[in-house]
Write a protein that binds this ligand. Structure first.
Ligand code: ZN
Length: 288
């Protein structure tokens, strides 16, 4: 039986790998460690590589804390930017923002940018996809935001092909930036085996749509093989706490540790990009 290793790194130390007795976190044999290091150039993502968060909520919809608290907390924990992604008003989210609320939020974002010139705030939105893979708002509305996250509601009763086609249609939409959590808890817990991830990830690669890695410590571990498949296909992954309160922003560290253990490189993680590069990436479909 192979002895198992995790790849250990710390923000204050040089990158290294060390054996562990913590077998519950051991995911690699020594042969796999060697292979990964050869392939990655020892560039596995670490918490200190994460520059910002793109999935969070404020009191504009669903969040417990006002926007300023989310921004100040993100800044205080050493991040360089925060994307706020409150829901837009739809059938699924009757309490979401309407267009006038979006404009008020944009004004507040601008005020906070002036208050904290060393910190960037992005105004995103989170939507639930319709069962047929269309979106519940029109393109003109999507263009109000710096980026768009589309998530997938509970879908018991869908057949696997229908669900896969739905996700692929969303992944192919030119104004969708991130698929919300198809790799994390949604697939693992609710729809295991019901989604053709290879087809989904190929569509995401083709559409240059990122996929979200759920950083919530309460969810199960990542599906390693899907994360690595995404990496091999060149799909960006966004490590996201989906923070509904300021104290949960720091959960990105948990998600990053899991991504590290899954063998994901910095270059595969969207939110390791410095803010200027991130804005360039988002600029293809946003008004920033
Ligand atoms: Zn959310």
């Amino acid at each position: 039986m192979h002895r198992e290793y995790i790849l250990y790194s710390d923000c204050n130390n040089s990158r290294s790998h060390e054996p562990t007795n913590e077998s519950s976190r051991g995911h690699f044999t020594i042969e796999e460690v060697t292979d990964l290091h050869n392939k990655t150039g020892n560039d596995l993502v670490r918490p200190c590589d994460i520059k910002g968060i793109l999935h969070s909520h404020s009191r504009y919809c669903d969040g417990a804390h006002p926007l300023i608290s989310m921004v100040e907390t993100a800044r205080n924990i050493g991040l360089e930017y925060l994307g706020i992604s409150d829901h837009f008003k739809t059938t699924a989210h009757q309490d979401g923002m309407d267009v006038s609320a979006v404009k008020v939020q944009r004004h507040e974002v601008d005020l906070l940018r002036n208050k904290y010139p060393d910190f960037e705030i992005l105004q995103g939105v989170e939507l639930d996809a319709n069962p047929d893979g269309t979106l519940p708002v029109d393109d003109a509305t999507l263009l109000l935001f710096d980026y768009v996250i589309v998530s997938f509601p509970e879908n018991d009763g869908y057949n696997p092909k229908t669900f896969t086609d739905q996700v692929i249609k969303v992944a192919s939409h030119p104004l969708v930036t991130i698929l919300g959590r198809p790799i994390g808890d949604l697939i693992l817990n609710k729809n295991g085996g019901s989604l053709d991830m290879e087809r989904v990830l190929k569509a995401a690669a083709e559409g240059q749509t990122a996929v979200e890695v759920n950083a919530n410590p309460d969810t199960d571990q990542l599906q390693w093989e899907y994360c690595r498949m995404a990496q091999e296909l060149g799909v960006f992954m966004s490590i996201s706490p989906d923070a509904h309160r300021a104290a949960r922003l720091v959960d990105y560290r948990h998600g990053t540790e899991q991504a590290h253990d899954a063998g994901l490189r910095c270059a595969s993680i969207l939110n390791t990009l410095p803010v200027a590069e991130l804005k360039e990436y988002l600029g293809r479909n946003s008004n920033i």
